[in-house]
Design a protein around this ligand. Structure first.
Ligand code: XIL
Length: 488
């Protein structure tokens, strides 16, 4: 079929691969081009934890000022930093960060008034009424000092236990009495009535015993008039994301508090960009999700050592995760859990895609793991380079992620032309990486690209190993039809 297209497409591929590679991930023209601008278009802020000492690093501050419009002091407002000896306060680091924020139009999240960790030695040695009084005095003094300058305070940090109990964490503060948290919130409200008051914690990324314990506390506070305005979800994440992440945010929002993603970082790996994008979309989908803060700027700034968990690499370059977040911010408030169409695709499964005409499988040529690598067909062998996962982009569109490379199918350079090359590329959730499933007869599907409207086909209806995969106008030919064979 159309054999003379083969030459044309080969030429197209050659030209395309020598053209500017960065174009493939370029955002849409009308959309924002920085995290803060794109978040602002959606009524959200985008922030970072900042170590005040790094404000003298020009690369660091350059990224901070151009991309972020909210800062959280990484350590400078904690108890050990602000009250190193009892009753003697030191606000130098916090003040410096606040003035940088004010000079650059950034809001400040205060972090954290009371916490079991990073207490000064003198407080660690206290208990009972003396500790309770010292703690409440600390809240009052610090919140008063920064009064009017803080968008939201983490009044209490990490007070709930991990695991299945749903109860409080044991700590010297908890042993002063279960009402220590509400006492802290009341003191903070009195000291700075303009700041939103948050409870902040980790391992609360889905509906689980710990998040439910916090949920019950917030519900109780709301019913009794204890002042609370927001809940922070730290979101220090591994290589998977709870499927009910968004639902969990929503149930808190439904209690009448804002929710905020306060310390986001994600373990490096093939899923990093996806998880960042999913968290972003979840926040956009929850009206009361006010914004997102990553816990640092560059990988080298992260408290997570070699996890490479942030949006910029150690040299300050934007990572695929950055592009994924930016595209998600620009893409609207689509739910990441849009149900698959009637074709019954399981987004947790791995599929081999077998072409109806050739019987061969969609294959990453020579098992490449690089951006721009060519996609071909090859005799089915079920190798990881022939396995694909459907990653939900919302609106009935999916990326097809290679199990071997972690990259996704991509119409090279956003081409809309017939015979344009299909390659693999880092997942940026671009519209040229999104495909909808159109049903043909006999359980076969066509994959229609969101950007071009064209179908994924075996070029020239080749039946040979190595036959090239391109896009072409959707005409329903057997070389455009694929069977999804679940293998994992
Ligand atoms: C971390 C800082 O990033 C480190 O520099 C410090 O040594 C320890 O604390 N949860 C929190 C943050 O609420 O305050 C922690 O920050 C990370 C976990």
């Amino acid at each position: 079929m159309r054999p003379k297209k083969a030459l044309l497409a080969t030429a197209t591929l050659a030209v395309a691969l020598t053209a500017g590679m960065t174009m493939a991930l370029a955002p849409m023209a009308s959309a924002g081009t920085t995290l803060k601008a794109s978040a602002a278009e959606k009524g959200r802020y985008f922030g970072a934890a900042v170590a005040t000492g790094k404000l003298s690093n020009s690369q660091y501050v350059g990224i901070l000022n151009s991309e972020f419009n909210q800062v959280t002091p990484e350590n400078e407002m904690k108890w050990d930093a602000t009250e190193p000896s009892q009753g003697a306060f030191n606000y130098s680091g916090g003040d410096r960060l606040v003035s940088h924020a004010q000079a650059n139009g950034m809001r400040v999240r205060g972090h954290a008034l009371l916490w079991h960790a990073q207490q000064p030695g003198w407080a660690q040695g206290m208990s009972g009424t003396a500790l309770r009084n010292a703690a409440i005095n600390h809240v009052t003094q610090v919140a008063t000092h920064f009064r009017g300058k803080i968008y939201a305070w983490d009044v209490v940090n990490e007070a709930f236990a991990d695991g299945g109990s749903g109860g409080r964490r044991d700590s010297n503060l908890q042993r002063t009495g279960n009402d220590w948290i509400e006492a802290a919130f009341r003191a903070a409200r009195a000291a700075d009535p303009g700041a939103k008051l948050c409870y902040n914690d980790y391992n609360t990324d889905g509906i689980n015993a710990k998040s439910t314990g916090i949920y019950n506390m917030v519900r109780d506070f709301k019913s009794r008039g204890v002042p609370i305005d927001c809940v922070g979800f730290q979101s220090h994440l591994g290589t998977t994301l709870a499927s009910d992440y968004q639902a969990n945010l929503q149930r808190f929002a439904d209690l009448g508090v804002d929710v905020q993603i306060t310390e986001l970082d994600v373990m490096t790996g093939s899923n990093q960009a996806n998880i960042y994008a999913s968290v972003t979309r979840a926040c956009l989908a929850v009206a009361r999700c006010a914004g997102i803060t990553t816990w640092g700027v560059r990988d080298s700034d992260s408290w997570r050592g070699s996890d490479n968990a942030l949006l910029f690499d150690g040299s300050g370059n934007k990572k695929a995760a950055y592009t994924a977040v930016l595209n998600a911010l620009n893409g609207g408030s689509t739910s990441p859990t849009t149900p698959p169409p009637g074709t019954g695709v399981d987004t947790t499964a791995w599929y081999v895609l077998v072409n109806r005409n050739s019987g061969k499988a969609l294959d990453v040529y020579e098992r490449a793991t690089t951006d721009g690598a060519r996609i071909d067909q090859w005799a089915r062998n079920d190798g990881a380079w022939q396995q694909w996962q459907f990653v939900d982009s919302g609106g009935g569109y999916y990326r097809l992620k290679s199990r071997n490379s972690g990259k996704v199918l991509d119409v090279y350079n956003f081409s809309t032309a017939d015979s344009a090359a299909i390659v693999q590329w880092s997942d940026g959730n671009g519209t040229n990486q999104q495909f909808r499933l159109a049903e043909s007869s006999g359980g076969y599907l066509r994959l229609i690209n969101r950007n071009s409207g064209k179908a994924v086909e075996v070029q020239g209806a080749s039946t040979a190993d190595g036959g090239n995969i391109v896009q072409y106008a959707d005409w329903g030919g057997n070389n455009q039809q694929w069977q999804l064979v679940r293998v994992g």
